[in-house]
Design a protein around this ligand. Structure first.
Ligand SMILES: Cc1ncc(COP(=O)(O)O)c(C=O)c1O
Length: 444
């Protein structure tokens, strides 16, 4: 199939009509990347209401790891919907949630017993994680990282710190949250050279020990560190190899739990089931959502069984672990396993990185490329020497690519994310990248 295909400059007339109606009834708090009005999705392709066909480089914000409308996922949803739509798993029992939890426990990192709390979204999986960490340790502080995005309900919002608008006007937030810089080695907050990422991690850990623990937060009152193994909304930032292992060590020294937020990076995306597996560390609590349900809403908080010991009634959710979402999630994992999508993400990711590293050589505005598997960020800058962020250029590249049929989006303020379905046809992926490169060349 010859894709992408733009038959009318988007937004076309049907899209414009829907945008107009949307503006009258939908909350203005949403920020849409561009006025794309989707009608149908199939595999890695999106069809808009005016007949344009796009290549999806963002997987519906990281949800469609197995592509749109995967027949096996759709079939599992239909089968389950006809059998049982709902029966509050936190008040009664059904097998679908048990089957799904058994599968998750078997693929989650750590050679120890685990238990699963089901919710409906990423933010709820984080809420459960921080409540559990506080409950289990009876300690008040949670240490999060600047640039992180963990969600928008009050607990997770209190840790989220990727854009001021997310927090502005909503205080007071939950107390007991302490923020420290993330080792963003291309722009190390502690002044280490971009060529020495490990030094950036060392300085971050030293800052926590000397300035946080040493000055105002007694480590014996810290319940958890919460972090993204690759920061997503913050700009697709991969931490230095030695960072998470050092954080694990520090946590062990002080009886602090490690919460690994894999809502965006998990489910095979990075070429391992979970991004933390690149760093050889097992978390105490892991959160997952987005791709977990194959397109249906579900969140999971997976914890060591000796951590998830809270009593009946302490935390629950009417819809959490809905049977249809569980059936869809299980089918999604089966597809990832059978189609070997974890391995594919790794192999295809390597090819993409090779190409993007050539762009870095060729274009002055491509400051940094980084990522693992098919979670890749391209940081757009004014020039390589100043490394000054160029959000206007990133935005322009995104808009031009979209108008040419590539649904690519930004991360942070000035990174472009390459985040396609893991089973995207290689031909489509490289066609989309060719278009993105054209746009980079044009705006350069
Ligand atoms: C790492 C991470 N955690 C949590 C969330 C919140 O997920 P949700 O939007 O499903 O509440 C997101 C969403 O982007 C995320 O990227």
């Amino acid at each position: 199939m010859d894709v992408p295909k733009i038959v009318v400059t988007p937004p076309g007339p049907k899209a414009r009509e829907i945008l107009e109606r949307d503006s009258k009834v939908i909350s203005p708090s949403y920020v849409r990347f561009y006025p794309l009005v989707v009608e149908r999705g199939e595999g890695s392709l999106l069809y808009d209401v005016d007949g344009n066909v796009y290549i999806d480089l963002n997987s519906g914000l990281g949800v469609m790891n197995v592509g749109h409308a995967h027949p096996e996922v759709v079939e599992a949803i239909k089968r389950q919907a006809e059998k049982l739509l709902h029966y509050s798993n936190t008040d009664f029992y059904y097998e679908e949630s048990v089957k799904f939890a058994e599968k998750l426990v078997s693929i989650a990192p750590g050679n120890f017993g685990k238990k699963v709390f089901f919710s409906n979204s990423g933010t709820e999986s984080v809420e459960a994680a921080i409540k559990l960490a506080r409950w289990r340790t009876k300690r008040q502080y949670v240490i999060g990282f600047i640039g992180a995005f963990h969600g928008r309900t009050y607990g997770s919002l209190s840790i989220t710190s990727s854009k001021p608008v997310q927090r502005a006007g909503f205080s007071p937030l939950v107390p007991g949250i302490v923020h420290v810089p993330y080792p963003y080695s291309y722009r190390c907050p502690f002044g280490a050279s971009p060529d020495d990422p490990e030094e950036c991690a060392n300085r971050t850990i030293a800052f926590i020990e000397d300035w946080v623990f040493g000055k105002f937060v007694p480590p014996e009152e810290v319940a958890a560190f919460i972090f993204e193994p690759i920061q997503g909304e913050g700009g697709y930032i991969v931490p230095p190899e030695n960072f998470i292992p050092q954080l694990r060590k520090l946590a062990n020294e002080h009886g602090i739990l490690l919460i690994d937020d894999e809502v965006q990076a998990g489910m095979g995306r990075t070429g391992k089931w979970w991004a933390i597996q690149h760093f050889g560390v097992d978390p105490d609590i892991l959160t997952s959502a987005k791709a977990l349900g194959g397109g249906l809403p579900i969140g999971a908080t997976i914890a060591r069984e000796d951590v998830m010991t809270w009593p009946g009634g302490s935390h629950a959710s009417t819809f959490g672990g809905n049977p249809v979402s569980c059936a869809s999630g299980l089918a999604t994992i089966n597809v990832i396993e059978r189609e070997k999508l974890v391995e594919r993400a790794a192999a295809l990711g390597d090819k993409v990185m090779k190409l993007l590293n050539e762009w870095k050589e060729k274009y002055e505005i491509v400051g940094d490329v980084r990522g693992k598997g098919l979670m890749i960020g391209i940081e757009i800058v004014k020039d390589k020497t100043s490394r000054k962020k160029a959000p206007d250029l990133a935005q322009e590249i995104m808009m031009r690519a979209w108008k040419s049929g590539v649904a690519i989006i930004t991360a942070g303020v000035n990174a472009l994310r390459i985040f396609p379905p893991l089973n995207i046809e290689e031909e489509y992926l490289f066609k989309a990248l060719e278009i993105v490169e054209d746009k980079i060349r044009e705006v350069s």
